[in-house]
Every structure is written in structure tokens, then in C-alpha cells.
Design a protein around this ligand. Structure first.
Ligand code: HEC
Length: 171
């Protein structure tokens, strides 16, 4: 029941009603990470424009895939969930093909906490794809809810350039 409830909250979130109410829960659930100002800083405006563009492109792809996943979850389409979750996993921005120098510059521009959150998020997308391939629908809803918590949690820490309301409403 609890999972169903948070799943419904997630669905409302994706439908774009309000991200702020959700942010508090997401941060509470996040627990023990290092919350110092130095690590929890907005990254968008700190990035060279070409890296910021890559990140935004990835985010738009992630949003699109998440909408597809939401619809497939409520329709019971395991194959669509698997394909889109795998797509999110494979879009891992830090593993895009770029020169070694660019890759190092990109990493250096990002706080460690961001890289960790990104890795954890992509690991979740792999787990969702796996649950979908196994046809385990309760597990899919559970992992998808965790992924949405990860979206809001990372945005609250690192995307406040883009979503200032998350910071105002959440902190
Ligand atoms: C590891 C951190 C992280 C995670 C996880 C994350 N995002 Fe983001 N996202 C960002 C950052 C940082 C920005 C802001 C970039 C900027 O300032 O230009 C952003 C921006 C966005 C944008 C705005 C793009 C634009 O038009 O500029 C959307 C939409 C978005 N994210 C969707 C999502 C969704 C949906 C999820 C989860 C399914 C998610 N993000 C997970 C870090 C993250």
C-alpha cells in the first residue's frame, strides 16, 4: 500500500503538477549523504556551455523515457519499460564519447556528490530494466519510485539554477 501511494505521488509529479511537495520526502529519504554547501551546489551555470548542453540533452531524454515508463507501468507493458529504462541507462552523460581531455574537464567541473548521484541514478535504471525483463511489476513500481526520488533529490542539490523553486520550497 505504501508503495502504491508513493507510486501515485510519483505519477502526479511526472504529470507536472508540482515538484516541491515531493522534494521534502525525497531529501528525507536520501539520508546520509554529505549535505555540505561545497558538495550540494548547482552545477548548470558552472559548466562550460557545451557540457551544459550535453547534460540538458540527457535530461530531456530522461524525461521523455520516464513519461514512457509511467505509461507502460500503468498498462503493464514490461517490454516498453525495459526498453526505456535501458535507454536511460545507456544515455549516461559521463560515459558519452568525448576526447580524453574533454572527459577529464567535464569530470573536474562536477562536484563529487553529483557524480555519485548520477551513478546511483543510472544503476537504478539498470535495476528497473532488469525487473521489467523479469516481468516483476511490483518491483518495477518500487524501483521507478526510487528513480523519481533520485530526480528530485539531485535537482534539489544541483539543479537550482534551473529549478529555483525546488530550493525555495525544499530547504
Ligand atoms: C545526478 C543528478 C540528476 C538526476 C539524477 C536527474 N537530474 Fe535532471 N537535471 C540535473 C541538473 C543539474 C539539471 C540542470 C542543468 C542546468 O542547470 O542547465 C537538470 C535539469 C533537468 C531538466 C530541465 C532540462 C532543461 O530544459 O533545461 C529536466 C526536464 C530534468 N532534469 C528531468 C529529470 C528527470 C525526469 C529525472 C529523473 C527521472 C532527472 N532529471 C534526474 C541533474 C539531475
Amino acid at each position: 500500500m505504501r508503495i502504491m501511494r508513493s507510486f501515485l505521488i510519483s505519477a502526479v509529479l511526472l504529470m507536472g503538477v508540482s515538484m516541491t511537495a515531493f522534494a521534502e520526502d525525497a531529501r528525507n529519504a536520501e539520508g546520509a549523504h554529505d549535505a555540505s554547501e561545497a558538495t550540494d551546489r548547482a552545477v548548470g551555470s558552472q559548466l562550460p556551455p557545451k557540457f551544459r548542453m550535453l547534460l540538458i540533452q540527457e535530461m530531456l531524454g530522461v524525461l521523455d523515457a520516464s513519461k514512457n515508463i509511467l505509461e507502460a507501468l500503468v498498462r503493464g507493458q514490461d517490454d516498453v519499460v525495459a526498453r526505456n529504462a535501458q535507454g536511460i541507462h545507456d544515455s549516461f552523460v559521463l560515459e558519452q564519447e568525448m576526447s580524453e581531455a574533454d572527459s577529464k574537464a567535464f569530470h573536474d567541473a562536477l562536484p563529487h556528490a553529483f557524480v555519485e548521484r548520477d551513478q546511483a541514478f543510472h544503476a537504478l535504471s539498470a535495476r528497473l530494466a532488469e525487473a521489467a525483463r523479469e516481468g516483476d511489476q511490483p518491483r518495477q513500481r518500487e524501483v521507478f519510485t526510487e528513480m523519481l526520488n533520485a530526480c528530485v533529490s539531485c535537482h534539489t542539490a544541483h539543479a537550482t539554477d534551473r529549478f529555483p523553486d525546488l530550493s525555495a520550497g525544499g530547504r
